[in-house]
Design a protein around this ligand. Structure first.
Ligand SMILES: Nc1ncnc2c1ncn2[C@@H]1O[C@H](COP(=O)(O)OP(=O)(O)OP(=O)(O)O)[C@@H](O)[C@H]1O
Length: 331
């Protein structure tokens, strides 16, 4: 378990983490989301004792990282995949790490096999692709068979097979009762992997809830309605917090009201309704909505996507390049 209490980090006049309190529970995958510069890496570094908090505290299994006598056995982390001596092989790197904790050689071979590095284990790390470096970082994180695993952007640079492997691996680790805390900017991936989400923006916690609760959050409830009296029903439903779009003749999309409330209004006013379908927001939609006021580095395209208008040409690079697919997949 990871417990942060009023945890803060200030660099000069920049507050990177602004007094956050949260618990990462064992037995589930907890996703850590937030815009660029929100404070995710700083929080993870403080968990790992790599940065000292300016205020507050954070513990791993009840103790600050530095107090653990064999920290690799308590918590394994992938923070900066490239933090490996380039002249070492994957095997010698893992061997050296293992030696610091008296971890047996056979465990090194085990994690090499688990992470699919068998064919390149004796090659120098300087020749590794980004994906191979990620796999080596994950192997190092698992070396001590720790109860707590932290992975910062673990699927970065991995091919689809690697992404699937990470997804299955972290779910498996959680199913064994371990605490799994991972960050990613890939919403579609996070929505398939995490059970619980902690969302941070400008150093503060914006949301800390099960993923289903975040998807169904207030104002994100949407319902598709088919009726032979769309104008009449739209005017009956109109109120603050409700927005109604006419998609085609006799078809409305209502945001802010669920099927039951719409059915009650229709029934009370004798309006015929012949379809009521709850629509689930994609994690990307929910995330953009949650963080809309907390994006530090905003591009015009991101703003346009949030506003529901087409992006201007030429488009700037986006961290997540598949919004249309995500929406398809979750409706
Ligand atoms: N060593 C440092 N010195 C000064 N400022 C820092 C330092 N490390 C981080 N920051 C600042 O603190 C804020 C939080 O950074 P952090 O890297 O934790 O964000 P992040 O959520 O991990 O972002 P990203 O998604 O881009 O990786 C940023 O504004 C960053 O510029």
């Amino acid at each position: 378990m990871i417990q942060a209490k009023d945890l803060a980090k200030v660099y000069g006049n920049k507050t990177a983490v602004d007094g956050v309190t949260f618990t990462v529970q064992p037995g589930r995958v907890t996703g850590f989301l937030g815009p660029n510069g929100a404070g995710k890496s700083t929080t993870m570094r403080m968990i790992m004792g790599l940065d000292a908090p300016t205020a507050g505290s954070v513990t791993v299994n009840g103790e600050p990282y530095a107090r653990h006598r064999a920290p690799l056995r308590e918590i394994g982390a992938l923070l900066e995949a490239r933090a490996v001596h380039p002249g070492r092989t994957a095997y010698t790197h893992l061997r050296a790490l293992a030696a610091t904790h008296g971890i047996r050689n056979s465990r090194v071979s085990e994690v090499i096999e688990m992470t699919g590095l068998g064919a390149v284990a004796r090659k120098k790390v300087r020749g590794f692709s980004l994906g191979m470096g990620q796999r080596l970082g994950i192997a190092a994180a698992l070396l001590g068979d720790p109860q707590v695993v932290i992975l910062d952007e673990p699927v970065n640079g991995l091919d689809p097979e690697g992404v699937l492997w990470v997804r299955n691996l972290v779910k498996h680790l959680a199913s064994e009762g371990r605490t799994v805390f991972l960050s990613s900017h890939l919403m579609s991936e996070m929505s398939q992997t995490a059970d619980h989400l902690i969302v941070i923006g400008r150093g503060k916690i914006i949301a800390d809830a099960p993923i289903q609760e975040i998807l169904a959050g207030e104002g994100r409830v949407r319902t598709r309605v088919r009726t032979d009296s769309p104008e009449q029903l739209a005017s009956l439903l109109a109120r603050e917090g409700v927005s109604i779009q006419t998609q085609e003749r006799e078809l409305l999309e209502v945001s802010g009201l669920g099927p039951r409330e719409i059915a009650q209004t229709a029934l009370a006013n004798g309006v015929l309704v012949y379809e009521l379908t709850p629509l689930t927001a994609s994690l990307e939609e929910a995330y953009l909505d949650l963080t809309k006021d907390d994006v530090e580095y905003r591009s015009d395209v991101g703003h346009a996507l949030r506003a529901g208008t087409p992006p201007p040409a030429p488009p700037a690079p986006q961290p997540e390049a598949q919004p249309a697919q995500n929406q398809e997949a979750t409706r």
